[in-house]
Write a protein that binds this ligand. Structure first.
Ligand code: ZN
Length: 277
């Protein structure tokens, strides 16, 4: 199943199920509300039926409007560790983003007033579907709702100001998520997906989730040792090589450029860059 969050003309949002090129409305404000509604959310999402909308022209928000947690994993592809000149981490490097950092799959990326060093990072996003604490590897499939794409847009000068990445990772309306939550049934091997980012049509990043240093199962188990994972939590699993900061000389996003991030089987995010007003 592919689940999206639709922006309706009256300014409200609704969760929706993608079916034959249409979005079928579900009686929840967003996919996050659906996930936290009931442990059997998948059955509910498959059975409910409301008004329909054309998928190609519908306004889409990020599937989860306000994730309880957005957890970033830094330096999780060997190729990216090398380009950034870092040591291979012994444990996952974790940081947070807050919900206001998110934006929709076709929305602008807002380039903040205070920086001209904004960079792209295509990543596989894991979305949690059930509460999970101290789980075992064999339980991961049960607690993960599915997968999506996140562009972990990073404001490099702010990210590197101190030892903590947070300030460069959570600028408002910087981080596209979507276009859909794709559930297990549609995606057999999330650990073997092609990952790509283009800026103005030029391919800048190309990788495969099979190259993740800490993989999906390991990350979900590790995080569940720290806190309870909640329905709607989003884990950004890290980016492959090809970020602007790793180039010589470094390259950063400018207003008017269009960033297209895609992952095999999950669709794409297409986002123009705009300067903050
Ligand atoms: Zn990242």
């Amino acid at each position: 199943m592919r689940l999206v969050t639709l922006r309706r003309e009256d300014g409200t949002t609704r969760a929706g199920r993608v079916e034959d090129g249409e979005i079928v409305e579900l009686p929840f404000e967003d996919v996050g509300a659906l996930l936290s509604h009931h442990p059997e959310w998948e059955r509910v999402a498959a059975e409910e039926r409301g008004p329909t909308h054309d998928l190609a022209t519908a306004g889409l928000a990020q599937p989860i409007l306000f994730p309880p947690k957005i957890i970033g994993v830094g330096l999780n592809y060997v190729s990216h560790i090398q380009e950034m000149g870092n040591e291979t981490p012994k444990h996952p490097i974790l940081f947070a983003k807050y919900a206001r950092a998110l934006t929709g799959p076709r929305d602008p990326i807002v380039l903040p007033r205070v920086s001209d060093k904004v960079d792209w990072e295509v990543e596989l996003a894991i979305v949690i579907g059930q509460e999970a604490r101290h789980i075992h590897p064999h339980e991961v499939t049960r607690v993960v709702a599915g997968y999506s794409i996140i562009n972990d847009v990073s404001v490099r000068d702010w990210q590197m100001r101190t030892g903590q990445f947070l300030s460069g990772k959570t600028f408002e309306r910087s981080t596209p998520l979507g276009p859909a939550l794709v559930t297990h049934g549609e995606l057999l091997y999330p650990g073997e997906l092609e990952v790509q980012c283009e800026v103005d049509g030029e391919v800048v990043q190309q990788g495969n989730t099979s190259d993740l240093l800490f993989g999906i199962v390991e990350l979900v188990c590790y995080l569940s040792q720290i806190f309870t994972l909640d329905p709607g939590d989003v884990i950004a699993t890290g980016t492959p090589s090809g970020v602007g900061a790793g180039r010589k000389p470094p390259v950063f996003l400018k207003p008017g450029q269009v960033v297209r991030t895609s992952i095999e089987g999950l669709g794409e995010l297409v986002n123009p860059c705009v300067a903050e007003e």
